[in-house]
Design a binder for this molecule. Sequence first.
Ligand SMILES: CN(C)c1ccc(C(=O)NC[C@H]2N[C@H](CO)[C@@H](O)[C@@H]2O)cc1
Length: 482
Amino acid sequence: ALIIAGSLVLGSGIAAAEGSLPMPGSAGGTDVPPSYLTDDAGRSLILRGFNTASSAKSAPDGMPKFTEADLEREHADMGTNFVRFLISWRSVEPEPGQYDQEYLDRVEDRVSWYADRGYKVMLDMHQDVYSGAITPEGNSGNGAGNIGNGAPAWATYMDGLPISPQNRWELYYIQPGVMRAFDNFWNTTGQHPELVEHYANAWQAVAERFAGNDTVVAYDLMNEPWGGSLQGPAFEGGPLAALYQRTTNAIREVDQDSWVCVAPQAVGVNQGVPSGLTKINDPRAGEQRIAYCPHLYPLPLDLGDGYSGLSRTLTDATIDTWRDSVEHIAGNVLGGAPIILGEFGLDTTLPGAGDYIDRVYTTARELGAGVSYWSSDPGPWGPYLPDGTQTILVDTLNKPYPRAVAGIPTEWSSTVDRLQLTFAPDPAVTAPTEIYLPESGFPGGVDVAGADIVNWDPQSRLLTVETADDTGPVTVTVTPAA
Ligand SMILES: CN(C)c1ccc(C(=O)NC[C@H]2N[C@H](CO)[C@@H](O)[C@@H]2O)cc1
């Protein structure tokens, strides 16, 4: 909280200095309409799923404690179609220039679980506090760790600076040894220009494996970047943007089609401070495939208050300023990039938790954004407790949504037993529009107005519809059969 509050002050100061952003609470951060990732049939994808999973951070084999049966349960209970799957630099490149193909085999096995159920996967090169190698007790092997995680031990240069035990994991970020590890990674010290090169080449090795895999649609280049001694636009528009550009170029040497997702710095921006991220150019032929993947963690909720009273008021204000910044970066800076809310979440036992989750999904729907909730790990934040008991998250998330749209969605909304979608059909897209309908709202047949039913499968809960493609925007309304 101290750090975040500090960076909020820092961030706010920077934002004021920058002066190029819309005033908080304005009509929105851009006039650029939402855009979408698309599938191979050209359908606009509306992605709903989880981060899977935090347990991978400390696993020696780099894999989450998440079985195919866990995925089957998630799919049956909530109809998700997306996952932000955590991978790690330490696992990809355990030694300099040596890429672990057996680790990538394990990742590919998990990807096939998702493929078999019609999911799309975004691979997240995850880090928190740089590496598990920052503390001897935290290092369960080459940077696997329960305090830090991400970078391999060989890329962790603390130059002998101290790291003392902290009662909150976030406070390790400002420990001298950790600050130096980040300053060496970003080469702010001028001592290690090779590390960002290794990072880009590690991503190239991952992209080389998944380039032809239609299930993997995006690469999230770095989780919650931290600039060490560099903060705000000096970091985001400096070494962070440079790393993103270098990594995008390296990926495009082997993979022309996956989206490259870039995230702002976490501190401040997660809490609504405007980001100073600058343009990343996609060298691919044709449309740019850069996406924007911010996270949302309003400070009042981080402090353990519920979504009620003053905390709710302050959280709503945070969401408004966060949304303006997201629209500005995705629309104006990145040139109309699709948005994926890479992380948001809270302790679902807090007062008003269900209302907060609904508010965030409404904001995501209005932004045309995908969502990966943090996280699928067992516990009060997730959908299931360790004993398998469902939290409120399952029913809160288990709502109708359009998964793949044969055109450009302009708006949609749903309740448990009704969905309405307006979109501009794309004549070039011959695949039908696909909609998920939960059994709770649709126990029997379905009625569709505004489109023709192609198929309704009560087992998979998927409805597909088609419309005449020579018309203007169409509105499809789905209700339970009378
Ligand atoms: C001081 N710094 C740099 C900092 C502090 C706090 C977070 C954070 O809470 N992040 C929110 C969630 N995201 C991670 C996984 O990406 C989770 O462990 C956090 O709960 C990030 C950075």
